[in-house]
Design a protein around this ligand. Structure first.
Ligand code: PEP
Ligand code: MG
Length: 586
């Protein structure tokens, strides 16, 4: 068994189809001065054909996985229209008399090299986009070059590649594609996003972990949740995974039955289950999951994959639509949380050695008041159309809340002056994800209407473990006693001040953590929509009294190993008392 990183959940079993690494090999052809015009013509033809092909792929993608994923190819089209990219190619042809394909390859290599050396997942993704576009353009310029051995036509397969581009994935027949394995790539790459949307299991990060390269035709099992890979496993492993695969599917399908059941424990403790939403496109799924509202709408995705800031009207349209469709259910809109790993192409950022400790989230909003007030106005106006609340991310000081609220008041005054309707008494909350904020949670709580704990960042900041760093990923431990203590500090503070507190980080959707939330007396969780019903399933057979007693023990534990052992015990006790879950949902 080899352990990589799970990028898209699910189990796939089948033969490997290995894609050779991207490589074009052709002679350094020169052209005569008299042929320059012809060379340009070839270049423009190649660009036109590449663009036509990209438009077709966009169409196909829309039909297979939906409009949501097709935007990736807009980025590729934009590269083909980028004047810097094109000028560099033309200059090489014109000044060095090189053939169009040679010029294209040189420019691709230069740009890919520039992005690739930056130790940043986002930049590496951009390098892959450029390589992908360049690959396509070269194919049209060179015509007769064999791209790669085509995928098998006679059987379904698990694709294995050093790295994979969105175009390559788009070209594959989803009916035959069982799963994906790549040596490089992150869980936040465009390919990972697409794989999740297609429900295709995917493992990344196997570079240096294989004793021998995977061969075409090897039989593989991949578990995209655990990130595990088996090459030519024995019969008993195959049997085990066949059973798991069947169970997983049956169980996931059956969960829909509990979508409308009230979310309460056996001893009638209610936890309100909200959904996290990254895009308005997820609204249907949110409503289907039985979520009582949206506890976190990450607005930054509205700002991405475009070339300018969204206007107040554009944002208003999105927020208003979501608010109206949710009816009276709450919609908590978190203001822009960019910085860290989330950058905007069109907004210049200073180069930072520690971007997660840098210019991020509310720090940017308080610095770029124009940008912040535009968003606040859109939210205030949308709030007239539903149960909208506002949330500031990454708050560290009371001063930041006060400054943000001053700008909120300014936004209200400007709307009033413009004669536009808005909700004056909108509820305002903050995420608690910085340790300093956790420590002064009582002080912050007295300034706002609600708190929401962002465990993704809180864990990385408390433990000093970068959430993006694969090398220390094993140290990212949400069950470290320090994390549990801090969670208790925050929840107790909110309760003392008398305001609601919820959890919106990924830990809210980890069914293993549920006894901790029940023990701490949390009343609301906000969970990614794929995990919501899994958590609810466990909640329905949990006993909050037992969880409170368990928490007393947990708080005395000095290591996360002890805490994990206690969590195992309660899980086993629940299985005995209320029927087995087949270990599913972990
Ligand atoms: C968090 O940090 O837990 C959170 C919900 O925010 P994000 O994952 O968007 O940083
Ligand atoms: Mg966060």
């Amino acid at each position: 068994m080899i352990r990589g990183i799970g990028a898209s959940a699910g189990i796939a079993m089948g033969k490997a189809y290995v894609v050779p690494a991207w490589e074009w090999d052709f002679p350094e052809k020169m052209v005569e001065v008299s042929d320059l015009a012809y060379e340009y013509e070839r270049l423009y033809d190649g660009i036109r054909s590449s663009k036509d092909e990209l438009e077709l792929i966009k169409q196909e993608i829309k039909e297979v996985v939906g409009q949501d994923q097709a935007y990736i190819f807009d980025a590729h089209l934009a590269i083909l229209e980028d004047p810097i990219f094109m000028n560099e190619i033309q200059e090489i042809i014109e000044r060095q008399y090189k053939a169009a394909e040679v010029a294209v390859k040189e420019v691709i290599d230069k740009f890919v090299g520039m992005f690739d050396v930056i130790d940043d997942e986002y930049m590496k993704e951009r390098a892959l986009d450029i390589k992908d576009v360049g690959n396509r353009l070269l194919k049209h310029l060179l015509g007769d070059i064999e791209e790669t051995a085509p995928p098998p036509q006679d059987h379904p397969y698990i694709l294995v590649a050093k790295e994979l581009t969105p175009s390559q994935l788009a070209h594959l027949d989803p009916g035959r594609l069982l799963g994906l394995v790549t040596m490089l790539g992150g869980t936040h790459s465009h390919v990972a996003i697409m794989a999740r949307a297609m429900s295709t299991p995917y493992i990344v990060g196997l570079e240096g972990k294989l004793l021998r390269p995977i061969q075409n035709g090897d039989f593989l099992i991949i578990d995209g949740q655990e990130g595990t890979l088996y090459i030519n496993p024995d019969e008993s492993t195959i049997e085990r995974y066949l059973a798991r695969k069947r169970n997983w599917q049956e169980f996931t399908d059956s969960l829909q039955e509990i979508a409308d059941v009230p979310s309460a424990t056996v001893d009638r403790t209610v936890i309100k289950l909200h959904a996290n939403m990254n895009s308005i496109k997820e609204l249907d799924q949110v409503l289907k999951s039985g979520a009582v509202g949206v506890g976190l709408f990450r607005t930054e995705y509205l700002y991405m994959d475009r070339d300018s800031l969204p206007s107040e009207e554009e944002q208003f349209a999105v927020y208003q639509h979501a608010a109206a469709r949710l009816g009276g259910k709450p919609l908590i809109i978190r203001t822009l949380d960019i910085g860290g790993d989330k950058k905007l192409d069109y907004l210049p950022f200073p180069k930072e050695d520690n971007p997660f400790l840098g210019y991020r989230a509310i720090r940017i909003s308080l610095d770029r008041k124009d940008l912040f007030k535009t968003q606040l106005k859109a939210i205030l106006r949308a709030a007239v159309h539903g149960n909208v609340k506002l949330m500031y991310p990454m708050i560290t000081t009371v001063g930041e809340v006060r400054r943000a609220n001053e700008l909120l008041e300014e936004a209200k005054r400007e709307l009033a002056a413009a004669g536009l309707p808005y909700k004056a008494n909108i509820e305002v909350g903050i995420t608690i994800e910085v340790p300093a904020a956790a420590v002064i949670a009582d002080m912050l709580a007295s300034e706002v209407d609600f708190l929401s704990i962002g465990t993704n960042d809180l864990v990385q900041y408390v433990l000093a473990v970068d959430r993006m760093n694969e090398t220390i990923a094993h140290m990212y431990d949400p069950f470290h006693p320090a994390v549990i203590r801090l969670l208790k500090t925050i929840i107790d503070a909110a309760r003392r001040v008398g305001i609601p507190v919820s959890v919106c980080g990924e830990l809210a959707g980890d069914i293993r953590a549920l006894p901790i939330w029940l023990g701490l007396g949390i009343e609301e969780l906000s969970i990614s929509v794929q995990s919501l019903l899994h958590v609810k399933h466990r909640l329905l057979r949990s006993d909050s009294g037992q969880c409170r007693a368990l928490l007393e023990h947990i708080l005395t534990c000095k290591t996360s190993a002890e805490i994990n052992a206690l969590l195992d015990q309660i899980e086993q006790a629940e299985a005995v008392a209320g029927g087995n879950t087949n270990g599913i949902g972990r």
